[in-house]
Design a protein around this ligand. Sequence first.
Ligand code: CMX
Length: 472
Amino acid sequence: MALFRSAAARLMAPQQKVGPLAVLSARFCSASESTDLREVLAHKVPAMQSEVKGFRKEHGSTKVGEITVDMMYGGMRGIKGLVTETSVLDPEEGIRFRGYSIPETQKVLPSAEGGEEPLPEGIFWLLLTGDVPSKAQVDAVSKEWADRADLPPHIVNMLNNFPSNLHPMSQFSAAITALNSESQFAKAYGDGVHKSKYWEYCFEDSMNLIAKLPTVAATIYRNLYRDGTSIGAIDPSKDWSSNFTAMLGYDDPQFTELMRLYLTIHSDHEGGNVSAHTTHLVGSALSDPYLSFAAGMNGLAGPLHGLANQEVLVWLSKVRAEIGDDATEDQLKEFIWKTLKSGQVVPGYGHAVLRKTDPRYTCQREFALKHLPDDKLFKLVATVYKVVPPILTDLGKVKNPWPNVDAHSGVLLQHYGMTEMSFYTVLFGVSRALGVLASLVWDRALGLPIERPKSMSSEGLKKFVGAAATAA
Ligand code: CMX
């Protein structure tokens, strides 16, 4: 079905294009070469709208699964209840961004001059349009984001007045909420814009918000960890990550390369994870993109989701404090059992969907093997990778004993001097904007309605399945 055919397949086999899509792609060839992302998208939206309309007309009542009582009590695990165009997560293989695996993404997306890692501007283009962008298209996005990066004074004042004991994620989310003073979507809605135009305002807000996130994040970082020193001016000739690392106060080009990789791979993980689902849910009430994304960030700030990258470093620091840098496998095993017996999870391990090592972990490990093979903390992380999965498997209840993305990100950041672990989830958040806001634009383009699943009480559910009434 054309709707679900991957972009990779489309690009790799252009001769196989048939039917209306072939005609459309030929007709819009010049549009697809445009460096104006909004224009490229404007050509795709009507085609996708009519494709979805036709698909729903023909297959709208086709069943896609069944719901069990356990799924309802069990965090809706496995329920297929959302449509997300930007990426799909396979339990065995991991994430595919518009059809591309992580290694493929690293290969096909443009990189910076002299660099090897993909530019996050490219993943945003890919997630939003389904097309691999050219270097000229990616450069145009870098320029647009640099032009839109300034913060209004009330946000700077707000950030400068937060107490230093307010967690960076709370500061990040609060600033994003307050940025909705700039929302073109909210203004257009208030002015009575026609709903067919919602996606255009959602796109503008998303571009502005993404552009401003590094400035917000760097201001938080400088206030908390660098005595409030100035973030400096944005350089319009630099890419998004270069400007970000410069604002944070780092000048090592390898750290900027790491940031490009980091911001690319954390961007999207299909639609059901807490940050993506929350952004989508809140957006479905036509809350503007700032409010929707801030809500998603409050979910990312949970220790079972994005905050796990901070938790991993806290946990590793405890290992180092208690056992030292050169922990043996036996010492580690003992420490892990102690963690489990005290009723805590091993952070960075397990996943609600994945059933193998997260390819986002693997690609960060490859980066470490290439650039910091002798780093002591990396060696510790590598030993933890050997020791944890058999123990979690022995527990008997953990569905996925393998590491996720958060098990590896902190060690890389530490190597380049970013030791402030409570800031790590903010970096995750800056990246996550690329995926969830690309999805939000499509939500509005496809006219998805307010989300409102049905809930039941235990009593009602028991009656429904014919179980005995509650003893109480
Ligand atoms: N350590 C110890 N126990 C774990 C575990 C871990 N890493 N992962 C799962 N379990 C336990 C669960 O707590 C659950 O125990 P109970 O039945 O006693 O409640 C049991 O194993 C079954 O859980 P599951 O079905 O395997 O996992 P879920 O889908 O419920 O949860 C996740 C997934 C990620 C929340 C869980 O694996 C976890 O808590 N991991 C550690 C935190 C973490 O790394 N989170 C980051 C995930 C990636 C991200 O979103 O950024």
